[in-house]
Design a protein around this ligand. Sequence first.
Ligand code: CAA
Length: 259
Amino acid sequence: MDFSFILVNPAHVPHVALIQLNRPKELNALNLQLMGEIRDALKALDEDDSVRAIVITGNERAFAAGADIKQMAGKTAVDMLLIDQFSTWDAIRKTKKPIIGAVSGFALGGGCELAMLCDIIIASETAQFGQPEINIGVMPGAGGTQRLTRAVGKALAMEMVLSGRFITAEEAKAAGLINKIVPVELYLDEAVKMASAIAAKSPIAVQLAKESVLKSFESSLQEGLYFERKNFYMLFATEDQKEGMNAFVEKRKADFKGR
Ligand code: CAA
């Protein structure tokens, strides 16, 4: 895949693909083209049977410092409406395969929101998360008031969104925003390791499990339980269910085929 603002490569372990944001001079500011490329890459990887998990990363200094302020500065409300940039984000949200965010340095504004679209976040000890849109006269627009609040609760979300204060990796971990903090030289390896562990499971079970967890944000408990149950039953139609349970009984490692 050939892109201008991201690099897409297989990771060094089987079944894992790596998307790296690649606008280092601009701290990976998320211009419209870059977001479109992430959308296109995720769609292609979702359709590629050899890929079972995806890692999204930036670089040591910045995961992403937010939407591209220079690109937005002169826009009117009508321009923004017509550009409809968030339809790209909606498409990214629909990725079926698991996405692991490997975050170091700044994850701000749209960068924090992109991290929150990941299913699991591994952070370096230098990571900083924030929704500083308030400093430039606006507010989060790609889920910052919604996903952040669901992840960390009202008190911290209000503080971050209204004051623009960045939180450290430690604070993000304590608040439940991220999964793990590792030394800066290890964050990408650790994310790939997590992706590799997930890639060894049944891909259909992983997909339905991801879908079911995400459903909990959008449904009543009763609806969510019903949805979960249907997905659970459906997995008994897969060869991977037979393989997984037989392997357990036969005391061997399961070999999941995604069928
Ligand atoms: N958009 C465009 N360019 C950006 C950018 C952004 N969000 N963030 C950083 N850059 C550019 C800077 O303009 C600078 O470019 P030049 O060298 O050409 O001047 C370069 O990246 C390096 O940045 P700094 O010199 O500012 O680096 P620093 O270390 O002094 O500061 C920072 C780092 C605190 C992250 C600071 O760059 C900053 O505050 N960035 C903006 C963060 C922000 O407000 N993000 C929210 C954007 S709005 C949004 O995301 C809306 C939404 O919900 C979708």
